[in-house]
Design a protein around this ligand. Structure first.
Ligand SMILES: [Fe+2]
Length: 157
């Protein structure tokens, strides 16, 4: 793939990924407002855009590796993310600083889960839908990163 095609593909990937994230939030809002048809449509669009995003990523990265290689690659990516968030944190304030601080704290926790996932038995995960913190075994009463209540955790079994 030439450089221009790669850049166009990267642009499409970002657009679809952002659209999926935005539509997921819009679906929740529509659901809270009682617009069930709009919520379903937003969820359908989210799902479709994730399909696009995943296909784009496969083209950008080539074939998906083995699980062990994917985990090793992800750990390298997250270690770079931690370094990036650490430097960003020194330059921002207010709501952006709180957001980046949560990214940093949760990313470090995610790295910890990845480092020990092979040593542990089967785990159930609970993901805080407010900050992205991942708990194992059971959802905490309050998220240790953002203080969200237990019902804000999504169970991944
Ligand atoms: Fe949280």
């Amino acid at each position: 793939m030439n450089e221009k095609a790669y850049q166009h593909l990267a642009t499409a990937f970002v657009l679809e990924t952002v659209a999926a994230a935005r539509n997921e939030i819009s679906a929740r809002k529509a659901g809270r407002e009682g617009s069930s048809q709009a919520a379903r449509l937003f969820r359908a669009l989210t799902s479709a855009q994730r399909v696009h995003s995943n296909k784009g990523l496969m083209l950008l990265r080539g074939k998906i590796s083995s699980t062990d290689k994917s985990i090793a690659d992800l750990m390298q990516t997250l270690e770079r993310s931690v370094a990036t968030y650490e430097s960003i944190l020194e330059e921002v304030e207010g709501a952006v600083r709180r957001f980046v601080d949560q990214l940093l704290r949760t990313t470090r926790i995610h790295l910890g889960l990845l480092r020990k996932y092979k040593e542990e038995e089967e785990k159930i995960y609970f993901v805080c839908q407010i900050c992205g913190f991942i708990a194992t075994e059971k959802a905490p009463e309050n998220c240790p990163v953002c203080q969200a209540v237990k019902k804000k955790f999504l169970k991944i079994a």
